[in-house]
Ligand binder design. Structure first.
Ligand code: UD1
Length: 349
């Protein structure tokens, strides 16, 4: 564990802000990368530290992203690993508190809606340290999603709420959050997308998979409500059996999904689906290269709904709701749930 010297707040010049940026899980890395980079450019104003909670720890869920996004090595790694939600949140908070106490940051910045986001916001609040939330205000209004619980509580706790879009501002106002805490700043994940799009074209992934532009679809699936539930997973598979007859589907498999495929006894059935190509999770540049040339995305991810909208690629969201409604009203996204006929119908429409 690398640690930087803890300089007390009182030692620092007034204009210099010491910031702890937190990353924990895969969707955090592309949001924090442009923030770290901007802070590093403005050396006189910011001393940024990077803390990795270790929620995601596999090389292809974490390390690859540091390389692809030019993220500096974390200053501090909490090494928390997998656990059920509340346990994981408590473990992250417990390990993060001494870091705050030692480093005495002016601000802790958390991004997104993963368990590490809420855990670090809670720890900062407990130690009376200011916390800012990037990607604040998104709401699916689906209380069964752990991410929704993480969003709502993080936004209640945070002193400063950086929102990506006006619908997020409206959601926060509806929760009686004072407008003085809300700042509409736009979407940092899309900043990363634009920054890396050109570089991603050098990725060999499409050649390696023998795929030509717009001749395939990409599938990502990892929400507990889809992959831990045999009925939902089964309905999606039936739809895929039809879709793959006409359009090959490439499926980078998330570790959670890989595990449940085995425990639910679905591995053999999936292996028999000729048009469905299972591959390991991809790094940022390879994945960007793959989906930016796809004809269609099928996903239960949040971020991919926005990324496909920006690139103008049709996206079918395999969930009953979205916290990113702007991708439906202004973008390419269709919310199709997990009903087999609805998925197939939307694909053919
Ligand atoms: C987490 C986020 C989700 C995000 C997703 C992206 C929460 C509540 N969920 O979901 O919002 O969209 O990351 O990937 O924070 N595992 C590994 N290796 C890893 C990481 C996880 O094998 O590097 C396995 C573990 O068995 C773990 C399971 O995957 O139990 C789930 O990991 P976890 O971080 O709890 O949630 P995700 O489903 O990845």
């Amino acid at each position: 564990m690398k640690s930087s010297p803890g300089r007390l707040k009182s030692d620092r010049t007034q204009s210099m802000l010491k910031i702890i940026n937190v990353v924990g899980a895969r969707p955090n890395f592309m949001k924090v990368a442009p923030i770290m980079e901007a802070m590093k450019r403005r050396k006189r104003e910011f001393t940024p530290l990077l803390v990795h909670t270790g929620q995601h720890y596999d090389a292809d869920m974490s390390d690859t992203f540091f390389r692809d996004l030019d993220l500096p090595e974390p200053d501090i790694h909490l090494g928390v690993g997998s656990a059920p939600r509340e346990e994981q949140i408590d473990a992250v908070a417990e390990r993060f508190e001494p870091v705050i106490a030692r480093e005495q940051p002016d601000w802790v910045i958390v991004v997104g809606d993963v368990n590490s986001t809420l855990a670090c916001a809670r720890a900062a609040k407990k130690l009376a340290t200011k916390v800012a939330h990037v990607e604040a205000g998104l709401r699916s209004y689906d209380s069964s999603m752990p991410e929704e619980a993480n969003r709502v509580e993080t936004d209640q706790i945070a002193d400063l709420l950086f929102t990506p879009s006006t619908d997020a501002d409206n959601n926060l106002r509806a929760e009686s959050i004072p407008p003085g805490r809300i700042r509409l700043v736009g979407n940092v994940m899309i900043d990363s997308l634009y920054q890396h799009l050109e570089r991603s074209r050098q990725s060999p992934i499409r050649d390696q998979l023998g795929l030509t532009e717009k001749s395939y679809a990409v599938l990502t699936l990892h929400r507990p409500s889809n992959v831990d539930d045999p009925l939902a997973f089964g309905r999606i598979l039936v739809a895929l059996e039809t879709i793959t007859e006409k359009l090959p589907v490439v499926f980078p498999v998330h570790p959670r999904t890989r595990k449940t495929m085995a425990t639910l006894g679905l591995s053999e059935r999936i292996a028999k689906m000729k048009g469905l190509r299972l591959i390991e999770p991809l790094g940022y540049l390879d994945f960007l290269s793959l989906y930016s040339s796809a004809r269609l995305l099928l996903t239960d991810s949040g971020g991919i709904q926005e990324e496909t909208t920006v690139l103008g690629i049709p996206c079918l969201t395999l969930r009953e709701n979205t916290e990113r409604p702007i991708t439906v009203t202004m973008g390419t996204n269709k919310i199709v749930g997990t009903d087999t006929a609805r998925i197939i119908g939307a694909r053919e429409a």
